[in-house]
Write a new protein. Structure first.
Length: 150
């Protein structure tokens, strides 16, 4: 789940970005293959079986091994989520996080430790995402055509 539009797919792969999906973890788990432009100018198709070492190094390699040109990802259907926020003590959080991962109703989640003076480092605010009962059609906006700057 992405809140800004300043990301590229290749850049997200190069840092092995993660989101709020507590069951699928980082983006690297969704990659089937990618084309990589090596520093010597050669283009190589990289996947887990054919180039396992290169595949592992490029994920989170910050473009040190080449430039990602093309990628095939495993994707899911679009969903609209409803948010629920809960306060959990730091001591309870590991058990609570484990229960979230086991709960099929929870689609995504993240937590932030409190920095408020009265509860500093004692509690966490957990934001949970559940599939909305509202239809998806009301949330979709039409894509705009690319605009030339000049």
């Amino acid at each position: 789940m992405q809140r800004q539009n300043i990301f590229t797919v290749g850049g997200a792969i190069s840092v092995n970005v993660h989101g709020r999906d507590i069951k699928n973890e980082s983006l690297g788990n969704s990659i089937i293959w990618f084309d990589l432009l090596l520093p010597n100018g050669k283009i190589v198709k990289v996947d887990r079986k054919g180039e396992p070492e290169l595949f592992k190094n490029v994920l989170g390699g910050y473009c040190l091994f080449g430039v990602i040109l093309d990628v095939e990802l495993q994707v899911t259907e679009d969903e609209v989520f409803e948010i629920c926020t809960k306060k959990v003590s730091v001591d309870e959080f590991p058990k609570y996080a484990h229960s979230l991962r086991k709960n099929p109703e929870v689609k995504m989640a993240y937590a932030r430790i409190s920095v408020a003076p009265k509860s500093l480092m004692d509690s966490m605010f957990v934001v949970e995402y559940y599939t909305s009962k509202q239809p998806l059609t009301g949330y979709i906006s039409r894509l705009k055509e690319d605009q030339q700057p000049f």
